[in-house]
Ligand binder design. Sequence first.
Ligand code: PEP
Length: 257
Amino acid sequence: MRKPIIVGNWKMNLTVSAAKKLAGDIEGDYKSDWVEKVEAVVCPTYLQISGVAGVLSGQIGLGAQDLFWEKEDGAYTGEVSAIMLKELGCKYVIIGHSERREYLGETDEMVGKKSQAALAADLTPIICIGESKEQREAGQTNEFLEKQLLAAIENIDQADIVRVIIAYEPIWAIGSGDPASPEDAEEVASLIREALTDKYSQAEAQQCQILYGGSAKADNIAGFIGQDNIDGALVGGASLDAEEFVGMLANVAKKND
Ligand code: PEP
């Protein structure tokens, strides 16, 4: 059985001290018997990772919001490699978030290279895919998402795909307060699993965790988790409020009792 996972994406929010405080508040309200029922992860900015790692006791996982694809040290001004993240205690890394694709020109090819770099360093890539409102209204959602997914995983082999997490994040639902319906999200999640089955095999596809992202919060998470192919959520706004984030974890743990 796939374990549910809730990943907080803190984006470009909080000073280092505020990030440590948030991590401490989440840790403080976290119930240790949830460990078996739900994986909790926070992804602060690069600057905050070290401080947040010092606050967390190990029951809440740590991730980054991006990395660069080159493995070795080198002349890549401003970039951060997978091994640097690994040394600070990161286990996860978000790759290809729609905000990076939109504002920083991140392409499917870059997403693929970053995902491979993460896997090579034993980090779990959380690969984001999602359609725009225009694409959805034009009936292009499935075709577009399949293309985006296959481009990102093109060079990931059978042994590694089970370590990859796919986050379906419809762009129009991110930060809008208007989430996809659990049924619509499930339709896409099952399509993702089908595409993974076709490229690899059912055994691999059944192991991959598929997340929903887009205005998920404590009072709507149960609907998503209740779907066959949705294994958790990537959470922006609601992850910046300790009570709300912990509320999501509690509701997932309850559902998985
Ligand atoms: C996100 O940016 O990954 C996200 C899901 O944001 P929000 O939860 O705020 O919609």
